[in-house]
Ligand binder design. Sequence first.
Ligand SMILES: Nc1nc2c(ncn2[C@@H]2O[C@H](COP(=O)(O)OP(=O)(O)OP(=O)(O)O)[C@@H](O)[C@H]2O)c(=O)[nH]1
Ligand SMILES: [Mg+2]
Length: 411
Amino acid sequence: MGGASSRDQSAEASNTSLFSEDELKNLKSNFESGGVEKVTPLIQKKVNDLDNIELNIAVTGEAGTGKSSFINAMRGLQSEDKGAAKVDNKETTVEPTEYKHPSLPNVILWDLPGIGTVKFPANKYLKEMKFKKYDFFIIISHPRFTENDVKLAQEIKRLGKKFYFVRPKIDTDLDAVKRERREFKEEEELEKIRSYCITSLQEAGISSPQVFLISKFDLHLYDFDRLSKVLEDDLPSLKRSVYILALPNLTLEIVEKKKKELKKRVWMLASLSGVLGAVPVPGVSLGCDIGILIGGIVHFRKCLGLDDASLRRLAKKAGKPVEELKAVVKGPMVGEITPDIINRLAWGTSAVVISGLELALDLIPVVGSIFGAGSSLLMTYKLLSGALDDLTENARRVVKAAFGTDENDPK
Ligand SMILES: Nc1nc2c(ncn2[C@@H]2O[C@H](COP(=O)(O)OP(=O)(O)OP(=O)(O)O)[C@@H](O)[C@H]2O)c(=O)[nH]1
Ligand SMILES: [Mg+2]
């Protein structure tokens, strides 16, 4: 723990914990008054709550602008995939339709109908779409921002919520410019379109509009990454965590962020195992810790896009045979996780020693001291951390195999 002061620790805590400062204080005082028995249900409740936090993202805009396509892209799907939102040139979406994230059902993208059609003139639309239930809004517009887009933004603002303008189909826009001109500099063209969009929204009375240019065919290019970061920054901490885990694995940076979020879960799961009583030391029955370990690893795997369905979706998106991605997925963590595998891993972990650095970076100083750092807690912590490292390495290899680049490598 390197003698970190309690103030340093609480600063760390707010970075690495899914608990608020108040909740941590509450945990400690409960421990002091009622011991481990009183604290376990609190941690268990938090773990359950985390799985139930909903993130409702509304995708709105005029008809035919690319709303359904955007939702499919966010879910890593193409329009002909099973479960994808229907995409067409005629008016397709006629009532709000929910699309759950394929691996995280608590992240819901809402495909709203187009505003300003005969069926939904603006006033009727704003009344009927029940904007209050959404966390934030993506307003999709193409080719020009219209009066209806401005009405949407004003209504969302009135409700105290955030909105972001997305202009899709930038691929076809750039193609058209390329055909027309001999001289063509992509970044200059993009900047021209961006500032045109911003100016026209400002003239219509929207102060500091945020505009992102994207293509559903090349989500990893243009402004999607920037959009993603802005959304992340704007969300409150727990929703941010949910949002990051739901992002498609487009870059190594996204994989790294997911790892950081999942690491926060490691100590929570470990501290549960620490108090549930079973002692997972080599040769001794792993008892109820097995459930926590297996559940944790399966969850990590899904969030990192390493389950079969996620790999297939990514392969399709990247236009590669799924076998090419599967070829880089290796090790015991990616097959069926059985008690036997966990047992062998536990055997392999001869010394359950956590380095000072790990202690400083994690919440073990706060929670570990509560539980007297029992061997069960440390063993589970070590096994889950190891599994997470291993799975992250696999996810990194998959992203490299899919997009064939070391670009954006944060390491
Ligand atoms: N080239 C290109 N085409 C796109 C992009 N996004 C959407 N489209 C096309 O635009 C058309 C309309 O897309 P949809 O996603 O159905 O639009 P929508 O807003 O859901 O339409 P409604 O539900 O009818 O309001 C389809 O032909 C899409 O293929 C993009 O980024 N690039
Ligand atoms: Mg649609």
